[in-house]
Design a binder for this molecule. Structure first.
Ligand SMILES: *Cc1c(COP(=O)(O)O)cnc(C)c1O
Length: 505
């Protein structure tokens, strides 16, 4: 295998070049006069020798091995993998934005500040909050900011006993993680048989030690927390705050606002709801909005308008401090702003309506073959279960892997944790009925295969260069280069291939 791998992957051959400079220019070049002698290499760099077409083909082929929303349907529940309009990219590349330097004086970046000011305004209107920081670089980062705000608020009132953060058992893993990371103890509230927060249980849990409740609505089962008014009252009456995980905001645009539901702090995932691209760890943007009483604690700077000019306001004495260098992932702010302006009020509202319609359509169509534990009307996503298939020795993993052969990204599986063999499907508004029908057909074919050819499912996928890597090893000890691969062979980690065909049919 080693030899084959080298032949497939190692394209470098001594003497090949991807460029040519006339010999004359080389000899004229006095490198030593241009570069400090102590900075010169002692030995030449170990670079691959390949021609230009070879290197272009290499990288373009690698890019095609990746799943992306630009090539495939990507119903990864809770992640809102919607299409990223190319207009967003065009605007982010405007020279006036792309060529800015973060240290430029305020007078020269009025356009950028204007965009941040207006984006904040739009987010306030969408969520019903009073002010936003645009700094956090991801949803989880926003959650951490939120936890810092919660503590700053209680501390400012000399209320030091509030050490507990309550999360539902259906919550996204980042919620308890963010709370614990910042030093809160995490208390879990159970879901009831309707898949909602168990209100009676919550009432028993809240008290003088409650710092806040973290909640996403609709929850990760795709169900609207219809008792949100009672929930917020229970927490507020006990002196706690409410934190809204806005990763599921794609269900609510123009339909309902967390600010109106009584939430005190909100984060949004611009990279989900507002179509800035994500995957592979970033870059994202997780702005955090707060109600008036929490504004004094927001990170500095905020963008304000004074005498007709936009200014960066660093004068926030009770601020929790800076959360990120400069002003956040500015390129993502541009993309989200473009999406919001392009759609407008009506368009954003239609976005959520279409996302909900698509989820309900797919749910209805797969119900015949897959158990849907909460069969009622869902919001932008739903959870199905591979429990009938489980009896045949086929698991959610196998179905997810087999979907790849049909050209679909897998749904989110085994999450939320409270649903056995969960497959969480979020189609988003981007998809046509034709795409949804093809996906449903694939799901139903796979359900038949589970009966007739369960072994096939256990070995899928067959069409991809990597079949079933060891998930844990792949995350803990990723092998990302050919050199790493060669080194890994000695450690018997060959199951971590770099673009190596291990299972092609
Ligand atoms: C995606 C997601 C998060 C975390 O957001 P990141 O930007 O990935 O850090 C939190 N909560 C829910 C419900 C999510 O879907």
């Amino acid at each position: 295998m080693n030899q084959n791998v080298s032949l497939i992957f190692e394209k470098s051959r001594p003497g090949k070049r991807g460029f040519s400079i006339p010999e004359k220019h080389f000899s004229d070049l006095d490198v030593k006069a241009l570069v400090e002698p102590n900075l010169l290499r002692k030995q030449s760099a170990e670079l691959p020798s390949v021609s230009e077409p070879e290197i272009v083909r290499h990288f373009v082929t690698l890019s095609q091995k990746n799943f992306s929303v630009d090539t495939n349907f990507y119903p990864l529940g809770s992640c809102t993998m919607k299409y990223n309009p190319k207009l967003n990219e065009d605007v982010a590349r405007f020279e006036g934005f792309a060529q800015l330097h973060p240290y430029q004086p305020e007078e020269t970046i009025q356009g950028a500040l204007n965009l941040m000011f207006d984006l904040e305004g739009a987010l306030k209107e969408i969520t019903g909050m009073d002010r936003f920081t645009l700094q956090p670089a991801a949803g989880a980062h926003g959650e951490l900011a939120g936890m810092m705000l919660v503590k700053a608020y209680h501390d400012s009132r000399k209320d030091f006993k509030r050490t507990q953060v309550i999360v539902p058992d259906s919550s996204h893993g980042t919620n308890p993680a963010s709370a614990a990371l910042f030093g809160f103890s995490v208390v879990t509230v159970k879901s009831d048989e309707r898949g909602r927060v168990n209100l009676a249980e919550l009432k028993k849990l809240v008290g003088p030690e409650t710092a806040c409740l973290m909640l996403t609505n609709p929850n990760t089962l795709g169900l609207f927390e219809d008792e949100i008014q009672q929930i917020q009252k229970a927490v507020h009456d006990a002196g706690g705050l409410l934190y809204y995980d806005g990763a599921n905001m794609n269900a609510l645009l123009g339909l309902a606002r967390p600010g109106d539901m009584g939430f005190d702090i909100v984060h949004l995932n611009l990279h989900k709801t507002f179509s800035t691209p994500h995957g592979g760890g970033g870059p994202g943007a997780g702005p955090v909005g707060v109600k008036e009483r929490l504004v004094p604690f927001l990170p500095a700077p905020l963008v304000d308008k004074k005498d007709g000019k936009y200014v960066l306001n660093y004068d926030i004495p009770q601020s929790i401090g800076r959360l990120r260098s400069f002003y956040g992932n500015f390129g993502m702010l541009i993309r989200a702003y473009t999406f919001i302006r392009r759609h407008g009020r009506e368009g954003l509202n239609q976005t959520s309506r279409d996302a909900i319609l698509n989820a309900n359509y797919v749910k209805k169509k797969v119900e015949k073959h897959f158990v849907v534990p909460h069969a009622e009307f869902c919001m932008h996503e739903f959870v199905a279960q591979a429990v009938k298939q489980n009896d045949l020795g086929v698991h959610a993993t196998d179905i997810a892997k087999r979907l790849l052969d049909f050209g679909f990204h897998a749904p989110t599986i085994y999450f939320p944790l409270i649903v056995p063999e969960a497959m969480m499907i979020e189609p988003t508004e981007s998809e046509s009925k034709e795409t949804l029908d093809k996906f449903v057909d694939a799901m139903n074919v796979i359900a038949d295969e589970a009966v007739d050819f369960p072994d096939r499912l256990r070995q899928a996928p067959f069409t991809l260069i990597i079949s079933r890597p060891d998930d844990v090893l792949a995350a803990r000890q990723p092998v990302l280069t050919f050199k790493d691969y060669q080194a890994a062979e000695h450690l018997h980690l060959q199951n971590q291939p770099v673009g190596v065909p291990v299972h092609v049919e």
